[in-house]
Design a protein around this ligand. Structure first.
Ligand SMILES: [Zn+2]
Length: 122
């Protein structure tokens, strides 16, 4: 499988390279936008916003393994609102709370949509 990585800078410099291995594609992508870029829906942007990486034949998660996981829409919206309160529905959940749910003892507790849906379906 061939991996095609395209780098585009804000001043429209474009570099496109093809790779036979993921390691090569990772090195190229991380060379341009760093190991932990910001992720958009189908692209990765360097922290300074200068460079953007697009990839075909692999995922952005493949290219930037130091990014633990893709932020969900809930998390992005919570960040935009400045709401960083963590979900307290499950001890192991570290997603930001985006709603509340009724706990039989604690009353309304902050929760993320995923945990709320999970608990409502129990
Ligand atoms: Zn949760």
């Amino acid at each position: 499988m061939e991996i095609v990585v395209t780098y585009i800078s804000v001043d429209r410099v474009t570099k496109r390279r093809k790779f036979k291995t993921l390691a090569g594609a990772q090195a190229f992508a991380q060379r341009w936008v760093g190991e932990t870029p910001e992720l958009g829906s189908n692209y990765a942007v360097s922290f300074d916003g200068v460079g953007t990486i697009y990839v075909y034949g692999a995922t952005l998660a493949d290219l930037f393994p130091k990014l633990e996981r893709w932020p969900t829409n809930d998390e992005i919206e919570a960040r935009l609102r400045g709401d960083t309160q963590p979900c307290q529905a499950f001890a192991l959940c570290d997603r930001p709370a985006t709603t509340t749910m009724q706990h039989p003892i604690l009353g309304a507790v902050p929760a993320c949509e995923r945990c709320k849906a999970k608990l409502e379906n129990l």
